[in-house]
Structures are given as structure tokens and as C-alpha cells.
Design a protein around this ligand. Structure first.
Ligand code: NAD
Length: 247
């Protein structure tokens, strides 16, 4: 009798196009807390829907730069874990065509993934809300630590902000591209996402087949071809073993 890891490996081999959708759960083993894990999730300490909202960013920048911004900066030195590295290798070996991520921590790129859609933005840069000038997150941090709140653009004196999608923001261009990738796919593998953040939670419904690797239940489990409730790194390494034996 085939086990669930073997089943996922077979789905991957039979799929013409496989896309990955990741969430905060893939990075918890890199030391970045997710939002909703019981006991360790950020949600238990603060309300991210407030701390990382456009309302606070624009109306109460002092509060934003004391709370939400610190969460963003805390991701800068994190290192990829086994799950990120396995995904980079799977792309190189031709088993997956891209990674769509809700994460803003840059860990897929650090692990070597090439085609990454960052549907909630990223923490490498900030930009001017007036002229669009792009600056490094380090410049934003330096200005804030000098007490320049909100930080201002050196070119036009407009207000700078991080290039992260806050609650209340529009979705970036990468989301539209991710939508097309999902529509065009035979298989989507969701890894470490509670699938409760909209509109990203519509993406799994667009793919023909669905696999979910997540420690806790998600609203899409019932329609998935396979569900693995385990750590991302553990589950992926078991799946990959089956891919290797078949090759
Ligand atoms: P979420 O916190 O809502 O859900 C994470 C899920 O991952 C949970 O269901 C949890 O059970 C599961 N999980 C935790 N550790 C796991 C592991 N090692 N292996 C497998 N599963 C594991 O996260 P979400 O669905 O991504 O939505 C939260 C939003 O907040 C997203 O926009 C996300 O980008 C953002 N966020 C990002 C980061 C980051 O960039 N690392 C961190 C926190 C929040």
C-alpha cells in the first residue's frame, strides 16, 4: 500500500506543471514566528491586522515604527531551513515551476529559488509614496533610528514606507502573475499556510490537484488529494526520497 509521501511524489511526477504556495509556517523552523500557531504565533502577543495595517502606518507612524516595523526588521538575519532548500533543489531538478509565497522574509531566494512570486511584498526595500523612488530597507531603518518618523524621501521629501503589503493595501502585480500560474497548473502544493488570508486563499481552488502540508487543519483540506499534518521540512524530505528512487 502506498503511503501519503509516495502518493505526493507520484502526483508530482504526473503533473505537467506544479506550483508551490508557502506561508509563514515554512519559516517557523528558521526562528520566525507565524501568526496563528497556538502558543508561539504573533497573534497571541499583538494584533498584526492592526500593527501591520495601512491605518496605523499612515495615521500613527510612531506606533507603526515602534511595533510593526520591528517585526519586519526581525526577519533580516534569518536563515533558510531544510524546507526552503528542498524547494530550491526541486525547481532546479524541474519538478516545480515556481514558488508563490505569502512570506516577506526573503528565505526562498536565500535558499536559491529563482522564480518566486512575493504576493505580500518583501522586506528588502522601501519606496516613496509620492515619487516611487526605491530605497533599501537599511536606509529606512537608519532614518527611523535617527528619529525621522515617518522617514522622508531624499529626492522629493515624500513619505517613505516599507514595500510590504499591509492590511488595507492593494495586492501587488506579483499576485496577478501568481493567479495565472495557479490557473495554469496541474498541481499546487501548499506548505505552512492556514489559508485564511484573502485573496491568497483563492489560489488553491484554481489548480487541478491539491496537496496540503501544514501542521494544523486548513479550510481546503477536504478538497485536497493529499493532506500531510507535519513539519514542512520533515514532510518534504520524505517526499523527495520517493522522487529519487523513481528517477
Ligand atoms: P499563518 O500564521 O496564518 O499560518 C501558518 C500555518 O503554518 C499554521 O496553520 C501552522 O499550523 C502551520 N505551521 C507552523 N509551523 C509549521 C511547520 N514547521 N511546518 C508546517 N506547517 C507549519 O500564516 P499564513 O497563512 O502565511 O498567513 C499569515 C500572513 O502573515 C501571511 O501574509 C504571511 O506572509 C504573513 N507572515 C509572514 C511571515 C514570514 O514572512 N515569515 C511571518 C509571519 C506572518
Amino acid at each position: 500500500q502506498e503511503d501519503v509521501y509516495e502518493k505526493v511524489a507520484r502526483l508530482m511526477e504526473n503533473s505537467k506543471k506544479t506550483v508551490i504556495l508557502t506561508g509563514a509556517g515554512i519559516s517557523t523552523e528558521s526562528g520566525i514566528p507565524d501568526f496563528r500557531s497556538p502558543g508561539t504565533g504573533l497573534w497571541e502577543k499583538m494584533d498584526p491586522m492592526e500593527a501591520l495595517s495601512t491605518k496605523v502606518l499612515y495615521n500613527d507612524p510612531k506606533k507603526f515604527y515602534k511595533s510593526g516595523f520591528k517585526i519586519l526588521l526581525s526577519m533580516k538575519d534569518a536563515k533558510p531551513n531544510k524546507a526552503h532548500y528542498i524547494l530550491a533543489q526541486l525547481e532546479q531538478d524541474g519538478f516545480i515551476s515556481c514558488v508563490i509565497t505569502q512570506n516577506i522574509d526573503n528565505l526562498h531566494q536565500k535558499a536559491g529559488s529563482k522564480k518566486v512570486y512575493e504576493v505580500h511584498g518583501q522586506t528588502r526595500t522601501g519606496s516613496c509614496t509620492n515619487c516611487g523612488e526605491v530605497v533599501s530597507i537599511d536606509l529606512l531603518e537608519a532614518k527611523v533610528s535617527k528619529g525621522e518618523i515617518p522617514p522622508k524621501c531624499d529626492k522629493c521629501n515624500g513619505v517613505l514606507r516599507p514595500d510590504v503589503v499591509m492590511f488595507g493595501d492593494q495586492m501587488p502585480e506579483d499576485f496577478e502573475k501568481a493567479w495565472h500560474e495557479a490557473e495554469d497548473s496541474d498541481l499546487m502544493i501548499v506548505i505552512g499556510s492556514s489559508l485564511t488570508v484573502s485573496p491568497v486563499n483563492f489560489l488553491p481552488g484554481l489548480s487541478k490537484h491539491l496537496v496540503i502540508i501544514n501542521k494544523s487543519e486548513t479550510p481546503e483540506d477536504r478538497r485536497a488529494d493529499a493532506v500531510i499534518r507535519e513539519s514542512a521540512g520533515e514532510a518534504l524530505s520524505k517526499i523527495v526520497r520517493y522522487l529519487k528512487t523513481v528517477q
